[in-house]
Write a protein that binds this ligand. Structure first.
Ligand SMILES: Cc1ncc(COP(=O)(O)O)c(C=O)c1O
Length: 396
């Protein structure tokens, strides 16, 4: 039965990683993989996480099962981290939080919940969006369509085109929105634009499904959560998929959560019961270790240390953005790369053609995905001159 399976082409990012590893040139620069890196090129364990992990292990008395909805302390802490202390939706009892295996698990849980509620629903994702949104959201059978999002000429959101497209959607359409640090473009909506999106969602009776995977890595913990806080305060229903992979550096521990907002407390309990059933059928229960660490960090004196470490990571990204834009402006005076400073989070589109991307890789040892997405945190102060010079030469 298995002998007729087609062999699939490997994920392009894995090919890129392999090519980077095989490159022996000491000047090589990896801007491909989406993980935070420090100035030494490492993705270290955060100190607050290491300390919390030690405390968790010391206090743990059993490895027995948790529950399909995960760690209750973690769920409560994540609701407050994302929506903010004292948010009206939390105090109104309309929010339920379910721990999930990473932001990916949360996205899939949300998609499955939508499918149970409205199998005919169409989910609209931005063009472009993070590549994994497609299998995660459509894999359960939901139809997926696109709305315009990015203006390559300005490096900003094509807001009029986006609003024009969303304003044609039928009621009960689902719109996937990146809360901040849009992956792959780095182009985010301004607060005033979020207010316009809110009015449109209300007017057309849409369901927002917000993906927040980089809280604290763009402009700040509160600033990056502006959209879920606004939408959950004003709308009857919303879904929010949360990832703790980047802002806690817990990638392999698979920590995330799905926040669901319902119109009433009774509807919220019904949504929770469905989510528990869905989780049971997908993976039964989420892994505990990473969530226990996050609960400990957020619920103890370690929170200050974590916020300081996160703020240092954000500061490094902002510095690298400014420095890369300056170096590119000097090396390529005929091209405008100033959008890099205006964009947020770990990623930016460089906005160069695929043949230039290939020349950068083959002749200058600078690795990025074919769409010219760069992981800003993959740069180091010491290699920015080489990076800018290589871009200038590859452009020709
Ligand atoms: C936009 C976006 N959403 C969600 C995720 C989910 O991440 P994870 O499942 O590793 O927590 C990522 C990870 O790269 C992402 O970039």
């Amino acid at each position: 039965m298995l002998e007729h399976l087609d062999r699939l082409a490997p994920d392009p990012i894995l090919g890129l990683m392999a090519a980077f590893r095989a490159d022996t040139d000491p000047r090589k620069v990896d801007l491909g993989v989406g993980v935070y890196r420090d100035e030494g090129g490492e993705t270290p364990v955060m100190q607050a996480v290491r300390e919390a992990e030690r405390e968790v292990l010391e206090r743990q008395t059993t490895k027995t099962y948790v529950a399909p909805a995960g760690n209750a302390g973690f769920n409560e802490a994540i609701g407050r981290l994302v929506l903010g202390e004292g948010h009206s939706a939390l105090s109104g009892g309309r929010v339920r939080v379910v721990q999930a295996p990473g932001g990916c698990g949360a996205l899939r849980l949300g998609a499955e919940l939508i499918r149970v509620a409205a199998p005919e629903a169409v989910v609209y994702v931005s063009t472009p969006t993070w590549a994994n949104h497609v299998p995660l959201l459509s894999g359960c059978g939901l139809a997926l369509k696109r709305y315009p999002y990015f203006d390559a000429a300005t490096g900003a959101v094509a807001f009029d085109a986006m609003m024009g497209a969303l304003d044609t959607l039928p009621a009960r359409s689902v719109v996937l929105l990146h809360a901040s640090c849009h992956n792959p473009t780095g182009a985010d909506l301004a607060e005033g634009q979020w207010r316009e999106v809110l009015s449109l969602i209300q007017r057309r009776a849409l369901l927002p499904f917000i993906d927040i995977a980089y809280q604290g890595l763009g402009a700040g913990l509160d600033e990056d959560a502006f959209a879920p806080r606004l939408l959950c305060a004003q709308l009857p229903e919303a879904l929010v998929a949360v990832s703790c992979s980047k802002n806690f550096g817990l990638y392999r521990e698979r920590v995330g959560a799905l926040i669901s907002l319902s119109q009433t407390q009774t509807a919220a309990d019904a949504a929770l019961s469905q989510l528990v059933r869905i989780a049971r059928g997908l993976y039964s229960m989420p892994p505990d270790h990473g969530a226990a660490i996050v609960a400990r960090v957020l619920g103890s004196g370690l929170r200050d240390l974590w916020e300081r470490e996160l703020s240092a990571m954000r500061g490094r990204i902002l510095e690298l953005r400014a420095e890369a834009a300056r170096a590119l402006a000097a090396a390529c005076p005929r091209r405008d790369f100033s959008h890099i400073v205006r964009q947020k989070g770990m990623f930016s589109y460089l906005g160069i053609d695929q043949d230039v991307v290939r020349r950068l890789r083959d002749s200058h040892h600078v690795y990025m995905t074919d769409d010219s997405r760069i992981n800003i945190a993959g740069l180091r102060h010491e290699n920015i001159p080489h990076f800018a010079e290589a871009v200038a030469r590859a452009i020709g």
